[in-house]
Ligand binder design. Structure first.
Ligand code: ADP
Ligand code: ZN
Length: 375
């Protein structure tokens, strides 16, 4: 399975006019200038947007590659971290790009994790009413989740991801080799989304992860292309059927209702992947109590998350009102009760489930709420 190139096509729009390719291949980054050069007219300038860490690790090398391929490329770097998902950063990037003479035939290349993908994608969606962009995700989370689907955006002082757009990339290029430099905690963050996708959509993939849990946890390079490709293909199939997140795409929110509330309540001190892992466990414990999810499936989920060194013991939430108002935030959006996406078996989800508030009270009150469901 290793070494081979995998291509997944996302078919969008009437007659597929916004169809794009996701290419997954070890070592792809070195060949990227040639790959891009093949599919885009000569003379088209490329603006690489990256962050300070990724610039150092891969950005400069990529820039040299473009220069060797005689493609006009410029690199712009933002500070690493969530604080760059801001209107200030977007404004600064707009200014630089306009001064550098960006035009509608230019290409923006987002090189980095989810933060870079979201910001660069939003800049691409908004500058000159939209220029094409390609995603070159460099974290596992961005490779399996955020780089696919066209959701781009930034945070607002009133909340995360409140400002944004749907702007599909022209292509996504994934090089699993770049994960070799990714810090372990960032890698685990991405694994939480892999578990989410497998648990929600693909029992066979979940079993594969169980069987290979140790190797996957260690980031075995031979398995990564297949794992990324499977996750991306599953997500792409959902995006094709519900590009604008009006229904089916909500299956990808598994673990995210409680997860987001936990992130908000800890003022984002909890990493996204950890919050999603804890969210999946909490929501699935509720699903067991509601008679939706067999106990054995719940136990397998917990076991896999633990094998991936993700947290499963719900923490004591100090700021309960913040937690509850974050949960209620969804309520407002939905008009009439928070609707949960709950697991109804491995590979099966139930959408729009009402969860009686007593379960949330229990979750906040008893440390043992989840422990009760484990052997
Ligand atoms: P996410 O992808 O989880 O949304 P970020 O975009 O904030 O998160 O990336 C997480 C961190 O990892 C950032 O500090 C970023 O600079 C760094 N990073 C991204 N890709 C790599 C990589 N391939 N190797 C090492 N560090 C990386
Ligand atoms: Zn997520």
């Amino acid at each position: 399975m290793s070494g081979k190139k995998k291509v997944i096509t996302v078919n969008l729009g009437e007659g597929g006019e916004r169809t794009y390719r996701i290419v997954i291949e070890a070592g792809l980054l070195g060949r990227l200038p040639r790959l891009l050069g093949d599919s885009h007219p000569a003379g088209r300038s490329v603006f690489i947007i990256t962050d300070s860490n990724v610039e150092r690790l891969y950005g400069r090398r990529l820039l040299r590659g473009f220069s060797e391929a005689n493609i006009d490329a410029t690199l712009l770097s933002v500070a690493s971290g969530e604080s760059s998902k801001s209107a200030d950063t977007v404004q600064a990037l707009h200014t630089h790009l306009l001064k550098l003479g960006i035009h509608r035939d230019s290409m923006i290349l987002a090189l980095g994790g989810g933060v870079v993908g979201d910001v660069a994608g939003f800049v691409a969606a908004t500058i000159l009413r939209g220029v094409p962009y390609v995603q070159v995700p460099t974290t596992l989370l961005a490779q399996v989740d955020s780089s696919v689907g066209g959701k781009v955006g930034i945070n607002h002082p009133l909340g995360k991801n409140l400002i944004g757009a749907f702007h599909q990339p022209a292509a996504v290029f994934i090089d699993p080799d770049v994960l070799k430099t990714l810090p372990r905690a960032e890698y685990r963050n991405g694994l939480a989304e892999v578990v989410k996708i497998a648990a929600a959509l693909d029992r066979k993939f979940f079993r594969y992860l169980q069987r290979n849990a140790r190797a996957v946890a260690e980031g075995n390079a031979r398995m990564l292309p297949a794992i990324i490709a499977r996750s991306v293909a599953l997500k792409a199939a959902i995006v094709e059927r519900d590009e604008r997140d009006r229904g089916l795409r909500k299956v990808l929110n598994l673990g995210h209702t409680v997860g987001h509330a936990l992130e908000a309540a800890t003022r984002y001190a909890t990493r996204h992947g950890e919050a999603v892992a804890l969210g999946m466990v909490a929501e699935s414990a509720i699903a067991v109590q509601l008679g939706l999810l067999p106990q054995r499936d719940f136990e397998n989920l917990v076991r896999l998350l633990r094998a991936f060194k993700l947290p499963v013991q719900f923490p004591t939430v100090k700021n309960r009102s913040l937690f509850l108002s974050a949960l209620a935030g969804d309520k407002k959006a939905e008009q009439g009760g928070t609707k949960y996406v709950l697991l109804a078996g491995i590979g099966k989800v139930a959408l729009g489930v009402d969860v009686p508030s007593v379960f949330i009270q229990q979750l906040l009150a008893e440390r043992s709420f989840i422990g009760r469901f484990r052997h």
